[in-house]
Design a protein around this ligand. Sequence first.
Ligand SMILES: [Zn+2]
Length: 289
Amino acid sequence: MKACPSCNTAYSGDQWTCPHCRYSFQVLRGHLAFAPDRALESEGFRPEFFADLAALEEENFWFRARNRLIIWVLRQYFRDAKALLEIGCGTGFVLAGIAKAIPSIRLAGSEIFSDGLAYAAGRVAEAELFQMDARRIPFDSEFDVIGAFDVLEHISEDEVVLSEMYRATVKGGGIVLTVPQHAFLWSQQDVHACHVRRYEAADLMRKVERAGFVVERTTSFVSLLLPLMYLSRRGKRRQRDNFDPANELRVGGLVNRLLEATLNVEHCYFRLGGRFPMGGSFLLVARKV
Ligand SMILES: [Zn+2]
């Protein structure tokens, strides 16, 4: 169902005009825009990163390994899901991975920046894409699963987003989240990525439960690489003028493959039921019961 942001009426059908108050949305750069006033500027991300990101993702160990983890979780916990929404889909790298692995699922992706949607549309032609502010999701019991992969840490009002995700999820469905973890890893990398925070596991779990969900599975990941990450981030605590945030992801050939192999080992342990207590990132699966 769709939920009118103006009068809160829930309605169905293909049309995006509220039958009660006639509120409708405009189209911006070819995509339905739910929050057009915020499409071109926002404090949560730098839109110019999209070009960098799109060039990096396909080969980079971190994005490849995270996709593998997300797809495994979807197959394991949301086997019967018919519709998925990814919030903050960026350049569409995750959606494209899901489309390839689980072709039967109806895909939707949202992004606050219109710029990202153009890349996403090129990567996953079959996905429904719209410009949206995650603090105002115009859906009610619509999606079997909603994912937000390294998105919540960009948003001050993360609890508002989680409540909106709850409303937009069907009963029996759920959410999959990944976030950067541990305040002690905070560095210029986070500042430049426009992070508001790095999470602690208990903090995120509490917020997810407060929104109404029941937490089903959690683990840290990027755990075996944590010492390496700590050393790398420790050197980035101070402000530098020539700081390039994309540098951390520009790792070449052999190193890239070794890092990906390490994340794959973690992944195997997780599939066997294992759980890491610490790691650079945190994964959470929760259900609306
Ligand atoms: Zn309305």
